[in-house]
Ligand binder design. Structure first.
Ligand SMILES: C[S@@+](CC[C@H](N)C(=O)[O-])C[C@H]1O[C@@H](n2cnc3c(N)ncnc32)[C@H](O)[C@@H]1O
Length: 443
């Protein structure tokens, strides 16, 4: 049944409803019609691949004991744990007709990946946040547990764990990644006043200060935020002429306003669901020596991680502007080449000096990958779970068997294989990687 404009207007008590009020009334009506039955438990609207279906199954298997998936009707049936599942699951839009917390937050941000501060900065090779949420659910982790990501990048794992109120530790060799992870961790605790007080003229002044290598805020979190928005703006200009009409300051202000909007929405979300965000522990460190990073043997409940895919992305080079600037102002001591040398497979091994650089790097990459799998297995508690997301890169038309090798290293490290889910990257621009495998083990 169509709803007419007069019907909508009639349901609004005010004589002159504003556009938002009219749209709100329409959207209530649409919500009711999406499902065949108002008591349905319905798949996420974005679910389209077999991997999505497998991930839904995996998520449910961690959250409840008995359930039935109907993949033709895109519905699920289960009897217990309704409230618990509604607050945690990523792959369902509605449970018995009521929206899940995940569908609320993704609707609020208008995106199933760029919600909360996940889209703070375009870090290369980052996770899909919903995959992290799915794995946290599959492992049925609770607030007392500790999750580790020793390749934490820009902190997708730690940010998602924080939003779910679960303790986490994020480690990475990349200082830029660590700054972004710290920001995701700290921004929810910044007051709205800090954002609201910055008017256009203040932002223009801030941009000029940054250009002149001057500090913009006493508050370190706000200063780091301004720096990252500044680097992102400059980087965008080196890559495309699309923003020329806006100008650098225009783009800087636009990016600031985007983050301000995220900040406002995240506060609204936390208040509505009465969520106490758990700050993660973000630290600089090398996955090849977790002891040195003070991560003890048998101390971690779950690891959710993804090592760098050999050569497919230049994780360090992408942030050249940021490294140069931060070195210049003394914020960062290590230079870009120094960081690159600590990267998995990037260091040049002395005993292989006489061999060709590429061969040297491939061998070093697999040696390092193996060592990192052993290190991770070592810090996991007995029965602790680990999910490693990997893909096979192609070099000179040859595929590197990274997935297979990782699987063998995990078995050698004494981990018990539970499941592998292959997730095709259908829209990926990088044709060299067809998809990723999520390898899941228990210690
Ligand atoms: C695929 S990315 C992970 C991205 C992350 N999942 C995210 O969502 O941002 C791989 C990460 O491994 C890090 N890395 C490379 N070598 C490392 C090492 N030896 N120790 C720790 N981290 C390292 C890189 O800096 C990069 O951030």
């Amino acid at each position: 049944m169509e709803i007419s404009q007069t019907q909508v207007i009639k349901t609004i008590s005010k004589q002159y409803p504003c556009l938002e009020e009219i749209l709100e009334e329409y959207s209530k009506e649409t919500d009711k019609k999406v499902s065949n039955n108002n008591s349905d438990t319905v798949f996420g609207f974005w679910m389209q691949t077999l991997a999505d279906l497998q991930l839904l199954d995996l998520e449910l298997s961690g959250l409840t004991t008995s359930y039935k998936i109907n993949s033709i009707n895109r519905t699920v049936k289960f009897n217990n744990d309704e409230k618990y599942i509604r607050n945690r699951i990523a792959h369902l839009d509605l449970i018995k007709g009521k929206p899940t917390l995940y569908s609320f937050i993704t609707d609020l941000f208008g995106d199933t990946n760029a919600y909360a501060f996940h889209n703070l900065y375009p870090y290369k090779g980052k996770f899909y946040p919903r995959v992290v949420r799915t794995l946290i659910n599959a492992f049925n982790l609770t607030p007392g547990d500790v999750i580790l990501d020793p390749y934490n990048g820009c902190g997708t794992t730690t940010h998602e764990a924080s939003l779910m109120g679960i303790n986490s530790i994020g480690l990475d060799i990349n200082p830029i990644g660590n700054i972004i992870s710290e920001l995701k961790n700290e921004l929810p605790f910044v007051s709205e006043k800090e954002f609201d007080k910055l008017l256009l003229k203040d932002l223009q002044k801030i941009y000029k200060l940054l250009e002149n290598r001057k500090r913009t805020h006493k508050n370190l979190t706000m200063y780091k935020l301004m720096l990252m928005i500044y680097f992102d703006t400059l980087d965008a200009f080196t890559r495309t002429s699309r923003y020329n009409r806006k100008g650098k300051i225009g783009l800087f202000v636009e990016k600031f306003n985007y983050i301000k909007g995220c900040h406002y929405k995240i506060k609204e979300f936390l208040k509505k669901f009465n969520i106490e965000i758990k700050k993660a522990k973000i630290q600089k460190g090398n996955v090849l020596d977790l002891q040195k990073a003070d991560i003890k043997k048998n101390s971690i409940d779950a690891i959710i991680t993804s090592p760098p895919y050999y050569f497919s992305l230049d994780y360090v080079g992408k942030d050249e502007i940021a490294y140069k600037y931060l070195n210049e102002i003394g914020f960062l001591k290590e230079t870009m080449p120094e960081i690159k040398n600590l990267y998995l497979g990037m260091r040049i091994r002395d005993n292989l000096k006489d061999k060709k650089i590429l061969e040297n790097k491939v061998i070093t990459y697999f040696d390092d990958l193996k060592k990192s799998v052993f290190e991770m297995a070592n810090v996991l508690k007995k029965r602790g779970k680990i999910a490693i997301v990997v893909g096979d890169s192609t070099i000179y038309s040859k595929k590197l068997p990274t997935t297979k090798k990782t699987h063998n290293y995990a078995k050698d490290a004494g981990l018990k294989h539970i499941k592998t889910i292959f997730n095709p990257l259908l829209g990926a621009r990088n044709r060299a990687i067809r998809g990723e495998s999520i390898l899941i083990y228990e210690k």
